[in-house]
Design a protein around this ligand. Structure first.
Ligand SMILES: [Zn+2]
Ligand SMILES: [Zn+2]
Length: 178
């Protein structure tokens, strides 16, 4: 189980929901989630959470959206690239330890639940595998480090077919088409 705790920047006070089991409530908030796992995500626009929640049968059920803009950087040329994320938030959080002792379940105790960890986990899961400033970014010269989108250099890397760098460039191309 993963305890989400009751402290953070996205804390739901669940008392009304606990007293009115089965009734849907709404939670909206924006801020920087408290990062206890060291994900170290840089935000260009901090996460906004809009979610309905209902407490029923010992569980808190969340259904909503999470949006933010990550301050990413191009994998090839290291230029800053904003990465907007729109994530469908759909989670179940057990109150107290779940019966099946499922290690992956979120758990909260008491009358408050902080969504910070859930938000960061969802962002990590939805982060793109590859961040590029543009599809055909030429990247940096592996020899002299110059930005090949803006400059050319005299390094011999593409003229020689036996050069490992040109074969690598071919691999990148294949990768892109998948
Ligand atoms: Zn780039
Ligand atoms: Zn070069």
């Amino acid at each position: 189980m993963i305890e989400i705790g009751s402290k953070g920047n996205f804390v739901i006070d669940l008392l009304p929901a606990l007293e009115e089991e089965g009734l849907a409530f709404r939670f909206e908030s924006q801020g920087i989630p408290v990062d206890e796992d060291g994900f170290d995500i840089e935000f260009e626009q901090p996460p906004t959470v809009r979610t309905d929640y209902v407490y029923i049968g010992g569980r808190l059920v969340l259904n909503g959206t999470l949006s933010c803009v990550i301050a990413g950087e191009c994998d090839r040329c290291l230029k800053p690239v904003p990465v907007p994320l729109e994530i469908k938030l759909s989670e179940t959080v057990f109150r107290g330890a779940p019966d099946d002792e499922d290690d992956e379940s979120y758990v909260f105790f008491g009358e408050k639940a902080a969504l910070d960890k859930i938000i960061l986990d969802n962002i990590m899961l939805n982060m793109p595998q590859k961040i590029l400033c543009k599809e055909d970014c030429k990247g940096l010269c592996p020899v002299c480090g110059i930005d090949l989108n803006e400059n050319t250099c005299d390094c011999k890397i593409e003229s020689d077919d036996n050069n490992p760098f040109s074969r690598l460039a071919g691999l990148f191309k294949d990768d892109e088409e998948v």
